[in-house]
Design a protein around this ligand. Structure first.
Ligand code: 9MR
Length: 397
């Protein structure tokens, strides 16, 4: 009886509103029933939502919004560049810890965890290292020792303060490389052979037994053919399985999540399946560098909403696919955006032919985009039985 009366009253109210043509006060703005930050909503699931942080932007006193959002919306931070080798040791033997230390202090102030990025990568290496190897003044034996010393120095500096380290980044080729059969690529594989991967994990573990140690790569969001010769996800899966079988201390797989609306995109179940398969190896997973870029056609640049809106919608849908897949696997521990606003995104500076952008969840004026609201909705409207709390991971002994 009561219920019927409630329904009837509601119906009358709706009819009145319709007659008067009065929209609810929230119309035009999304009705967010929580009015909470991404980080608080994610905590319902034990999930950390993070962002890459540009230290120059963080210190720009003319633009305080950047710092405010970085501190309030996220419970995890990653240095976008400040922990890379060329930033940390631009001159051999002289470390520049300043910017990385600042990020650690910021994280402490804002009760955030830190994903360390990155110990071993073929990009953003200091010139003294690459030129020394190229001109033969650094031998292979010395190079291996230099890598060991670097890992030990950096991990020791932040010992006990880093939640997850990207120990090795982007070690595997892509189908467009030569040869097209997938292989270990880049500076380290060429000079030390693929054994450097296991070494790096062991050296990192020795320096900080408490940090979770990750392998991190792009284009591993979903499995393809299942053949490691052309399916990068399968290649990485087999690499991780072999490392685990040998007792190498790898704890997780970081799937970067750099997507583009111009590509054929994944559905949530495909991405979820990949995360669950990695979890089947006893590994944690994380999305580590999520953004979804779009081509900026002339019409987009001219502000044509008929061109812009489909891109914003496709971008939001892709963010959502990755978020829902992450929620679906209790071993997916964190979801990190590779920057949160279009003003500071790496995308426009990187892709210029054709130009690309619109890749993040806030526009250039820090207005939240559809993607931001959809991520929140994913966090709000999810729970048991298909979304369960995260299972904490501890480093393997
Ligand atoms: O966002 C980073 C950009 O500022 C740098 O110029 C670029 C240099 O290689 O690296 C970008 O970050 C990369 C990350 O460290 C690893 N995965 C790919 C990211 C985007 O290129």
């Amino acid at each position: 009886m009561k219920l019927r009366r409630w329904i009837a009253t509601g119906a009358v109210a709706m009819a009145t509103l319709a007659t008067l043509n009065i929209a609810p006060a929230t119309a035009g703005r999304p009705y967010d029933p929580s009015n909470q930050s991404l980080r608080n909503l994610a905590m319902r699931h034990g999930l950390h939502v993070g962002t890459a942080v540009d230290l120059a932007a963080l210190n720009d006193t003319t633009d305080p919004r950047y710092r405010e959002i970085a501190g309030s919306e996220f419970s995890s931070v990653t240095a976008e560049n400040a922990m890379k080798w060329e930033s940390l040791e631009p001159t051999r033997g002289t470390y520049n810890w300043g910017p990385a230390d600042e990020l650690m202090a910021f994280a402490r102030q804002h009760h955030q965890r830190v994903r360390g990025h990155v110990l071993v990568w073929h990009n953003q290496l200091p010139a003294w290292l690459t030129s020394g190897v190229a001109d033969g003044s650094i031998s292979t034996t010395e190079l291996r020792q230099i890598l060991r010393d670097h890992i030990t120095a950096v991990v020791t500096r932040y010992k006990g303060k880093i939640w997850q380290w990207d120990v090795v980044n982007e070690a595997v080729s892509d189908p467009w490389d030569t040869p097209s059969t997938l292989h270990y690529k880049g500076f380290w594989a060429e000079h030390l052979g693929p054994g450097y991967i296991a070494d790096a994990f062991r050296w990192a573990r020795a320096a900080d037994p408490k940090a979770l140690l990750f392998y991190n790569d792009y284009n591993i969001e979903a499995f393809g053919s299942g053949n490691p010769a052309d399916d990068k996800t399968q290649f990485v899966y087999e690499m991780a399985r072999e490392l685990r079988a040998k007792g190498v201390p790898i704890d997780g797989i970081g799937s970067q999540g750099h997507l583009g609306t111009q590509y054929g995109n994944f559905n949530t179940f495909q991405v979820s399946a990949a995360l669950k398969k990695f979890a089947g190896l006893g590994l944690a997973t994380a999305f580590t560098e999520v953004d979804v870029r779009s081509q900026l056609t002339e019409a987009v640049q001219a502000g044509d909403s008929a061109e812009i809106n489909p891109r914003l919608q496709a971008s939001a849908a892709n963010f959502s696919v990755l978020m829902r897949a992450c929620l679906s696997s209790p071993h997916c521990l964190s979801f990190t955006l590779w920057g949160f606003d279009d003003k500071h995104s790496w995308v426009p500076g990187w892709f210029d032919d054709p130009p690309e952008g619109l890749a993040t969840v806030y526009d250039e004026n820090y207005q939240p985009k559809l993607a931001y609201h959809e991520l929140k909705a994913d966090l709000i409207y999810s729970g048991p039985p298909f979304v369960l709390p995260r299972v904490p991971h501890h480093p393997r002994r």
